[in-house]
Ligand binder design. Structure first.
Ligand code: NAD
Length: 510
């Protein structure tokens, strides 16, 4: 049974019914916005943005502080809805969909004015005698926000806060798998008194997302799969609009022989099972040198066996949020088993529970011929490969089309940092699971197929702006150049020789 199903429409719009992955009960119906509605929403957003851009950072921040008030006051409602829509455990719903948005929104409410402060500079080189430069961060206009289903509140609230603090309006197309969380987020912004049309939600599927790309927006903030990201990037290229593409990953974990093995085993379990493995920087591949392999695997198995999976929201590992993801996880497992992998824990869909549940799973005897080690599984599966040494581990970690994040476990922090530099990923954690997205001081974004551009913090919020230089001439009268003569060309040639013919003078001039 599909959790998200097309139903016959009475209105001429595509309609879908959404079901809970836990109870399989219908929890909502939504209608896709038409192309005309998407365009009209962008037009209204553009009007709202013009007024919003005139407000000071302090005024904009006041709206965001009020949004945080709303989230805190209505956190039980948010948690209950997210559990209904995704089946994630209560602890993860609070941590990821309440605590993280409060932190993200508060961060930009407090720090945006510092990140986006206007500056004045003296020009360098020959221009230094006649030009003053002032730089201001101008909003881009209307930002299109397209989000996935694995963090329905957090992955919308974070870019929303940044885009708004930078002076933009936002039109948001949430995932069709988790449309209700976006409705609640919109309700919260309304309750916080946001100006009408500053933040709009348009419900819909991929076709609706495609319509938003063509609706005259000024930037796309996209989070989702590599396949869709490629399509979005192509359209943005054609329409000449900037985009950030935060895409999938296949993160590797490398355990060095000197690692604290209890800590590393705990990291493997948290990194792979958090959010049912639906974590873009979840640990999907673990490489362990043979000298510590047996002991590490034993600890991971023992930790995994302690975990509880329930359909009450109280366990450790929740539901699979979407039936299509269950198909991918099951097909990767079938392929791995057929190619000789050994399942030590779990490995088959948990049919003891009525919803979509896959148990926390540990697999060994894996290699890079298997889909489980090459393609994004996005499920609660730890795949552990035995290697000769750390050198082989680095080679295998980099043998991937993806490059989102990764983690290294060692007690020698200097060695860890050296190894981290060799990982072909957007970021690396040492002795921790990937936490980059939660640290605004660390720009987040993938390399290779895992994305384009970086988000969060100073770099991220500046990506919602155009850095606008204003150059003022400080001389009394314009220098003029006409008419061109042979003498004026000769004078310039002599100047080139004088200024750049000598290495010392050259350095002084620029
Ligand atoms: P998806 O690509 O299927 O969908 C993402 C969004 O794009 C949805 O809202 C969808 O409706 C929309 N969409 C689909 N086709 C479109 C089109 N042609 N034009 C415009 N929009 C379109 O991804 P998903 O299954 O919802 O999410 C899971 C993926 O997201 C995983 O690969 C995961 O790793 C990735 N992800 C990445 C990050 C990150 O920050 N790097 C974070 C979370 C999730």
């Amino acid at each position: 049974m599909a959790l998200f199903e097309s139903i016959p429409s009475t209105t001429g719009h595509r309609q879908y019914v959404v079901k809970s992955p836990v109870t399989l009960e219908r929890i909502g119906v939504f209608e896709c916005a038409s192309t005309e509605e998407v365009e009209a929403t962008v037009l209204r957003a553009r009007k709202a943005q013009r007024e919003w851009a005139t407000r000071s950072f302090k005024e904009r921040a006041e709206f965001l502080w009020r949004l945080v008030d709303q989230i805190v006051a209505r956190q039980d409602e948010i948690v209950a809805l997210v559990i209904k829509e995704t089946g994630k455990p209560r602890n993860e719903a609070v941590a990821m969909e309440v605590m993280a948005p409060c932190m993200q929104i508060s961060h930009y409410a407090k720090h945006a004015s510092r990140y986006l402060r206007s500056t004045k500079r003296r020009a360098s080189g020959l221009m230094r005698f006649s030009k003053k430069v002032s730089l201001t961060y101008q909003p881009l206009g209307v930002v299109g926000l397209i989000t996935p289903w694995n963090g329905p509140v957090a992955l919308a609230a974070n870019p929303l806060a940044q885009a708004l603090m930078a002076g933009n309006a936002v039109v948001h197309k949430p995932s069709e798998v988790t449309p209700l969380s976006a409705v609640l987020l919109k309700e919260l912004t309304d309750a916080a008194g946001f100006p009408p049309d500053l933040y709009s939600v348009i419900q819909g599927d991929g076709q609706t997302g495609a319509a938003l790309l063509e609706a005259g927006i000024d930037k796309i903030s996209f989070t989702g799969s590599v396949a869709t990201g490629r399509r979005v990037g192509e359209v943005c290229g054609r329409n000449l609009i900037p985009c950030t593409l935060e895409l999938g990953g296949k993160d590797a974990m490398i355990v060095c022989p000197d690692a604290d093995l209890d800590r590393a085993a705990d990291g493997a379990v948290r990194g792979s099972f958090f959010n049912s493995g639906h974590y873009c920087c979840g640990t999907e591949r673990v490489y362990v040198p043979e000298s510590i392999y047996e002991s590490f695997v034993e600890k991971v198995v023992a930790e995994t066996r302690k975990l509880k999976q329930t359909d009450s929201g109280e366990g450790d590992v929740g539901a699979i949020f979407w039936d299509k993801q269950m198909d991918i996880i099951e097909s990767h497992m079938a392929d791995a088993k057929a190619r000789g992998a050994t399942v030590l824990v779990g490995g088959e869909r948990n049919r003891g529970l009525s919803g979509y549940f896959f148990p926390p799973t540990v697999v060994v005897d894996v290699d890079h011929e298997m889909q489980l080690m090459r393609d994004e599984t996005f499920g609660p599966v730890i795949a552990i490969q035995k290697v000769k040494d750390v050198e082989e581990a680095i080679g295998l970690a980099n043998d991937s089309d993806y490059g989102l994040s990764g983690n290294i476990w060692t007690q020698d922090l200097e060695k860890g940092a050296e190894l981290a530099k060799r990982m072909e990923t957007g970021s690396v954690s040492i002795n921790d699971i990937s936490v980059t997205y939660g640290i605004p001081e660390a720009p987040f974004g993938g390399v290779k197929a895992s994305g384009v551009g970086q988000v969060n913090g100073e770099v991220g919020i500046r990506g919602y702006c155009h850095l606008h230089p204003i150059i003022t001439d400080t001389t009394q009268k314009a220098l003029g150049g006409y008419p061109y003569t042979d003498e004026s060309a000769d004078r310039m040639k002599k100047a080139v020789k004088m200024l750049f013919g000598n290495r010392f003078i050259r350095k002084f001039v620029v």
